[in-house]
Design a protein around this ligand. Structure first.
Ligand code: ADP
Length: 623
């Protein structure tokens, strides 16, 4: 026969007033000590506050049905055990009495018996590497194998017959209860991972529901797999990947800085060559200078490619979204390429479908760059026949359209096995071609990455001797709000947004610290009849503006003493008092995205990238 329940009585203050012999047997406290003691000493300290609150709330109710609950109880000797409490409340106010009938919970006898019969299986389970445990539906361990004891560093006697909610329990974390619940509710096994303290092993635990032959759930079976090696490998790998990515970014930043440093002296070489070409020269001298000019431009292309590629790789490149005219963009991008096509006697054709929206929103500069690269390659690798740019609408969407650009040539073609490699940096279809046609092998790598950044894709179809077709799809905005202020495609690139240019000849102040660059700018401007004053930092520029009137200031951004941003801000402040406004155009070798915005935000009106292009300079000054 089961032992009688322990009966405990307490008053409104939570002091024990009644204590049966069974209570002494269950909790270990003799009657003399128990009576007068606070009743919450019968449960573990961590639960006392919560228990006191629950009791107070029970007492405050008007009705007092018997409250049955399962709790962890605390024996006088400090061990914890699961018990069922049936709590009833009588009377109210100071006369309130709480009577609790307490019964220790034990493992489910029938389930336990069922597991005891399987001695052979238990012996087998002791041989396996993975930990294994069986817990009945009340949370009592019925079985643990040797590996389980090893993993958690606990002897079997401390576990079997004990409840998993006990503090000593190794897998007593908050989620266990939730997970048991979910396995019970859904019948679906659950696997999860955690780290065991203090062994620091990572364990993958799978819990599933064991059923009796009638399909009734009877226990939870858990398998514990030591996954420390995998976890450590994963962490090492993640660390290594991060380090590699950081190193790659650092390399790209280095490249970006280096190409910036190269662009500054290039400015001097290109500018001085242009000036020299304008002087009286012998035929031989001018041939040499023209070669220098062409070579300098090729070098600049390489530097620009490296700079672009490293900007993309170091994630410094941002894609704009501004309205622009597609037809203008096509015209602008084809014009410079027709020269090369004409020289080679091949036809350069464009076919823009009638349903292509005239104005779209996107990044015109980058779109132009991708298409220029594809068409440039097509012209380069075609000896006879034609190169055609086709523009069509692939899909019309709400507020956007997916456009398809196809560059079709009748050139040498590319073998199928090279179709992937040509999009990799520094890889070319055929090494011998480089000698024939030149190039860095960066063009398509940049174009395909730019296409991706714009949310598009470049694909190639080609075979040797059969020509090539490069296909580029990209989705561009067409909604009215995007297109509020359409602009010419080129205006987003270099100079002069807003404000008409100066009348000829103009009074120009050049603020630039590099002597060579001073001479280049002054020389190019003087050639057009402008009056040029040169100063070498921001402070001198302000002084010059105080002393005389200028139509335009060409302002280097990086200067010693006072840089271009500071100087511009100071000039704009001065002008507020005077009510006049001089045009300020920035000159910078920092060809990074965001620079243009920074210059405009600082109060400048335009932006010129160094090395200064003669045409762009005149456009900026003369507008
Ligand atoms: P490159 O600067 O060498 O032209 P790209 O990345 O632009 O570098 O092109 C990589 C390679 O792809 C080229 O060297 C060439 O072999 C091949 N290629 C690109 N476009 C064409 C084309 N239209 N016809 C034939 N081969 C091409």
């Amino acid at each position: 026969m089961a032992p009688a329940d322990a009966s405990i009585e307490q008053n409104a203050q939570g002091i024990i007033t009644g204590w049966s012999a069974e209570s002494e047997a269950l909790f270990g406290w003799p009657r003399e000590q128990a009576v007068g003691m606070r009743s919450h000493l019968l449960i573990p300290e961590r639960n006392r506050e919560r228990h006191d609150r629950a009791l107070a709330s029970l007492a405050s109710r008007s009705e007092h049905p018997i409250d049955r609950r399962e709790m962890t109880a605390l024996h006088r000797d400090g061990h914890e055990f699961r018990a069922e409490f049936a709590i009833s409340i009588e009377g109210r106010g100071d006369a309130l009495r709480v009577i609790a009938l307490v019964r220790a919970m034990t493992p489910d006898v029938r389930t336990e018996a069922a597991f005891r019969q399987n001695e052979r299986y238990r012996a087998i389970l002791d041989q396996i590497q993975d930990g294994c445990s069986v817990v009945d539906l009340r949370g009592f361990y019925l079985f643990v194998n040797d590996a389980f004891c090893r993993i958690f560093g606990l002897p079997r006697e401390r576990l079997v017959g004990r409840n998993y909610r006990d503090t000593q329990n190794p897998v007593r974390h908050v989620r266990t209860f939730e997970i048991f619940n979910s396995v019970y509710r859904t019948g679906q096994p659950v696997t999860y991972e955690y780290q065991v303290t203090p062994s620091r092993l990572f364990i993958e635990q799978s819990i599933s529901l064991e059923r009796d032959p009638g399909g009734k759930p009877i226990a939870f079976i858990s398998i514990y797999r030591d996954c420390t090696a995998r976890k450590v490998a994963e962490e090492t790998l993640a660390g290594a990947k991060e380090a590699a990515e950081a190193a790659n970014r650092a390399k790209s930043e280095f490249l970006a800085n280096m190409s910036h440093e190269i662009r500054t002296p290039m400015n001097g070489i290109i500018g001085m060559t242009a000036l020299a070409l304008d002087t009286a020269l012998t035929a031989q001298q001018s041939e040499y200078l023209l070669t220098i000019r062409d070579q300098a431009h090729s070098l600049l292309t390489v530097v620009n490619d490296v700079l672009d590629f490293s900007k993309i790789e170091s994630r410094h490149l941002e894609i704009e979204s501004v309205p622009f005219g597609l037809h203008e963009l096509v015209r602008e991008l084809i014009a410079p390429l027709t020269v090369a096509a004409r020289d080679k006697r091949i036809d350069l054709l464009t076919a823009v479908a009638a349903d292509v929206p005239p104005i779209v929103a996107g990044d015109p500069v980058r779109l132009k760059q991708v298409l220029t690269n594809l068409i440039g390659n097509a012209v380069k690798f075609t000896q006879r026949g034609s190169v055609t740019l086709e523009v069509g609408v692939q899909e019309q969407l709400e507020g956007a359209a997916t456009l398809r650009f196809r560059v079709v040539d009748t050139g040498v073609g590319i073998p199928v096995e090279k179709h992937e490699a040509i999009f990799e940096p520094f890889r070319q279809g055929d090494g011998s071609m480089t000698r024939r046609f030149g190039g860095t092998g960066l063009g398509l790598a940049i174009a395909s990455r730019l296409a991706q950044l714009m949310g598009g894709r470049i694909a190639v179809e080609s075979a040797p001797g059969a020509g090539s077709t490069f296909d580029f799809t990209v989705t561009l905005g067409t909604s009215r709000t995007d297109l509020a202020q359409p602009a010419a495609a080129s205006s987003a690139s270099a100079a002069s947004p807003g404000g008409a240019g100066a009348q000829l000849p103009a009074r120009i102040l050049v603020a630039e610290d590099n002597v060579i660059n001073q001479r280049v700018a002054a020389g190019l401007l003087a050639k057009r009849g402008h009056q040029v004053t040169v100063v070498s930092n921001g402070r001198e520029a302000i002084d010059a503006l105080r002393a005389a009137t200028f139509d335009i200031v060409l302002m280097d951004v990086q200067m010693p003493d006072m840089d271009g941003f500071e100087a511009t801000a100071a000039i704009r402040r001065l002008e507020q008092d005077r009510g006049s406004r001089v045009r300020i155009v920035a000159m910078t070798a920092h060809a990074m995205t965001g620079d243009r915005e920074r210059c405009l935000a600082a109060g400048m009106d335009g932006y010129l990238a160094k090395p200064i292009d003669q045409r762009a300079l005149y456009d900026a000054v003369e507008g």
